[in-house]
Design a protein around this ligand. Structure first.
Ligand code: ATP
Ligand code: MG
Length: 432
């Protein structure tokens, strides 16, 4: 048996503790699959015949991470948590919740898992493999296939439809026909899934799949967007492809990258983003900050992605996103440009597009650091306004905003005397 199937020492120790107490213990799930594919993996999950309270008694430090589903987190010597889950049957599923029953055998436990490649077990010491559904065969054939009858398995839990699409994208696998059929059948029912589970899937696609566009296209083809995010059901292919050219968000943090990828999904050159975009993103449980950032980027992107942008439009866009977000907008433009060109583009076409992007970016940078973009950049301040006779309160803010509009249109007007003259003229009213 290949050495790569051998789990790390801490996993072996947990398994042998369980076995010495008379229970069965096997490595299962994603880590076994990844190890067979030759992908390094850290999260080795353990399945055992021991019941959760027996697991809790056997180990010094445990955390009841998913105790209602039979999962106990066991902390190893270094404080790293490993999930130990009791063999179980899933009884009673309604496409959303599972009610579990213990007392299952390893084979029964493997049978309740979603895909053949996820239903392989390895013994930590003997490296003996249990593979009742020929998961290894499907890994070799590069196929995502449901364990058992596909449409029935997806009726039990509709999330499996999204998981299948993700695994296919992540490993570059095809989807076995009955499984694909069941995904399409599931699409109209995905609205029943909790938003949290859906969001997590979307984020895993963005994080784990090297070329998310293929997975997003499959989402669309299967009818997933029609149910989950109708705004994406009928958009140009380049929107999805642009994502492939933007850096992955990374498992920890990088919300700016996440916002950029979100913006890429919703941006259209020369078209203001839909008014309800922010609501759409919040409904998907993106934080206010992230949703806002994506909307602003999509707005700015709509400008910087269009051709023949004049200085005033560009200046207003830069003012809106802020100087520091400019590089993100440029990245958005570059990614979409690369996506529009497609993989068949000639080197010449690429160069031309790149140069056009660089020229626009340079113009924007010049505007950003030369021209007044915020109230703080105005050649007059609140004190000047007061001396000129602007009453305190709302009129003050309104006046500053009006002056800013003025200089955004024509930065040459950002001279103290010019602005003060304008204030006096306005205060004198229309009679003048
Ligand atoms: P990842 O690398 O994304 O973590 P994974 O296969 O480890 O992939 P998990 O969500 O961590 O996925 O689940 C661990 C295992 O539990 C899976 O390999 C599969 O056997 C089983 N499993 C998870 N979700 C489901 C589900 N919705 N239906 C059936 N089995 C599932
Ligand atoms: Mg996992």
């Amino acid at each position: 048996m290949p050495e790569r199937l051998s789990p790390p020492k801490s996993i072996k120790e947990i398994c042998s503790t369980l076995e010495r107490a008379g229970h069965e213990a096997w490595c299962v799930g994603g880590a076994v699959r990844d190890a067979l594919l030759g992908i390094p993996t850290l999260d080795w999950d353990i399945a055992t015949s021991a019941h959760p309270e027996q697991v809790q008694k056997l180990f010094r430090r445990t955390i009841p991470v998913g105790i209602q589903f039979g999962t106990v987190g066991v902390l190893d010597r270094d404080g790293v948590l490993h999930e130990v889950t009791t063999f179980r049957h899933d009884v009673e599923t309604d496409g959303r919740h599972a009610v579990v029953r213990y007392g299952a055998s390893l084979d029964e436990d493997l049978a309740r898992r979603d895909f053949t490649m996820n239903a392989i077990a390895v013994h930590a010491e003997r490296l003996e493999v249990r593979d009742p559904f020929d998961g290894r065969g499907d890994l070799e054939r590069k196929l995502v296939r449901c364990v058992g009858e596909a449409s029935e398995r997806m009726r039990e839990d509709r999330l499996r439809a999204l998981r299948a699409l993700r695994f296919a994208g992540r490993f570059g696998f095809a989807i076995e026909p009955a499984t694909w059929q069941a995904i399409k059948e599931s699409a109209p029912h995905l609205g029943r899934l909790s938003v949290e589970r859906v969001k997590q899937e979307l984020e895993k696609v963005m994080e784990q799949v090297a070329r998310p566009s293929q997975t997003l296209e499959r989402y669309r083809e299967a009818g997933v967007f029609g149910t989950l995010i109708p705004a994406l059901a009928d958009v140009p292919t380049a929107r999805f492809a642009a994502i492939d050219h933007l850096a992955r968000p990374g498992l920890k943090g990088r919300p700016d990258r996440r916002a950029l990828r979100l913006a890429a999904l919703f941006v259209e050159p020369g078209v203001a983003p839909a008014r309800d975009l922010e609501r759409t993103l919040k409904a998907l449980k993106y934080s206010n900050v992230e949703a806002r950032a994506a909307v602003v980027l999509a707005e700015a992107g709509a400008v910087v992605l269009s051709t023949g942008v004049d200085d005033v439009t560009l200046r207003r866009a830069v003012a809106r996103i802020g100087r520091l977000t400019l590089a993100s907008a440029a990245r958005l433009r570059w990614a979409r440009g690369a996506a529009e060109l497609g993989p068949q583009a000639t080197e010449d076409q690429r160069r031309t597009a790149r140069l056009a992007g660089i020229r626009l970016y340079r113009r924007a940078v010049r505007i950003a650091w030369r021209d007044p973009l915020t109230i703080g950049d105005l050649a007059v301040d609140g004190d000047d306004l007061r001396s000129a006779g602007v009453p305190p309160g709302r009129a003050m803010g309104d006046t500053l905003q009006r002056l800013l509009e003025l200089v955004l249109d024509d930065p040459a007007k950002n001279e103290r005397e010019t602005l003060l003259a304008d204030i006096r003229a306005t205060l004198a009213g229309p009679s003048r």
